[in-house]
Design a protein around this ligand. Structure first.
Ligand code: PMP
Length: 326
């Protein structure tokens, strides 16, 4: 796992097989493990869907050889698609709401992609609408639609899920992951429930996000600084299947920020806010298993750290909470 011991031909072959590392601030009897997705070549979990989705779309003929992918994205997906597109001979255009980190937009451009910004106030839906209207103007362009394309979750069902089970030899009690598109959690959860239908599954969102409404929980919509997870428009989150989720935990910006600082200081993880949120939620689940409140098939919790804090240094991710910008 992880160490790519033999030379490989393409950067695409270095995607996935990321390390699964124990998190030490956890109840002694219920270990927590985090999948370190920063080890991917584009330094995020989204490299997985970039490669998987483009390869499948080319195979199926949904995307013509030499065609163009146009995707609305908060950034990491753009980087993942840009890496894959560059290596697979496909052009890439990304529509990114202005508020998302400049580091990500620079990396997409460096990888040869075109980046188009939409106003922050139009939300993700504004970026989605713009991507579709651009695609209509070109005759070889496809919008992979990470928010609704089953290939997104399938990428994790085919790779992330099996990697976790292989590393822990099947002893997975609970799966905890942040939900942006929900592709990561849905793919892992579907694989997990096939291994053991009792596996406890928890979605993580920022306070102010509305994923909890899928499970009939009351939510108050609000702004949040945690980047990459959460939804203001649940109707756009077509991949989220409530039948695969036991609980949705909401984490505050402050708790996520404290935790991402702790993870760096105490455990050596340079991870960002969605990882901070996932870590808080994973600890809560582990504690509830330890306290007998959750009946999980094994005493262990697995979570995902999606990306690196280095991507948010310009937003002051390591400055005091009040100075951390959205
Ligand atoms: N964290 C970060 C930093 C992300 O960019 C994303 C993707 N939006 C996620 C978590 C959530 O991943 P998913 O879209 O698979 O739910």
């Amino acid at each position: 796992m992880t160490t790519h011991e033999r030379p490989v031909d393409s950067v695409l072959e270095t995607i996935g097989r990321t390390p699964l590392v124990r998190i030490h601030d956890a109840p002694a009897e219920v270990p927590i493990y985090a999948k370190l997705e920063t080890f991917n070549p584009g330094a995020s979990v989204k490299d997985r869907i970039g490669r998987y989705m483009l390869e499948r779309m080319l195979e199926r003929g949904d995307l013509p050889a030499g065609g163009t992918v146009i995707e609305p994205t908060a950034g990491n997906t753009g980087i993942g698609f840009a890496i894959a597109a560059g290596q697979l001979g496909v052009d890439a255009v990304f529509v990114v709401p202005e508020r998302f980190s400049l580091e990500k937009q620079q990396l997409m451009r460096a990888l040869g992609a075109e980046v188009i910004n939409t106003p922050t106030e139009d939300g993700m839906q504004g970026a989605i609408d713009r991507a579709h209207s651009l695609a209509e103007e070109l005759d070889d362009a496809v919008v992979p639609q990470q928010f609704s394309n089953p290939l997104n979750a399938e990428a994790h069902y085919a790779t992330t899920g099996p990697e976790i089970y292989e590393a822990l030899e099947g002893d997975v009690g609970a799966v905890v992951a942040g939900c942006g598109t929900a592709g990561t959690l849905m793919g892992i959860a579907r694989y997990a429930r096939e291994q053991n239908s009792e596996t406890h599954v928890v979605a993580v969102e920022p306070e102010g996000s509305l994923y909890g409404e899928f499970l009939g929980e009351a939510r108050e919509e609000g702004e949040y600084k945690i980047e990459g997870i959460g939804t203001h428009e649940p109707e756009t989150n077509a991949l989220f299947d409530p039948a695969l989720v036991d609980d949705v935990y909401a984490v505050s910006d402050r708790a996520a920020h404290d935790e991402l600082e702790r993870l760096a200081r105490e455990e050596g993880h340079l991870v960002a806010s969605s990882a901070g949120a996932a870590s808080i939620a994973a600890r809560r689940v582990a504690q509830r298993i330890a306290d007998g409140e959750i009946d999980a098939p094994y005493d262990s919790v697995v979570t995902v750290f999606p990306d690196s804090s280095e991507r948010y240094l310009s937003k002051g991710i390591y400055r005091p909470f009040e100075e951390w910008e959205n």
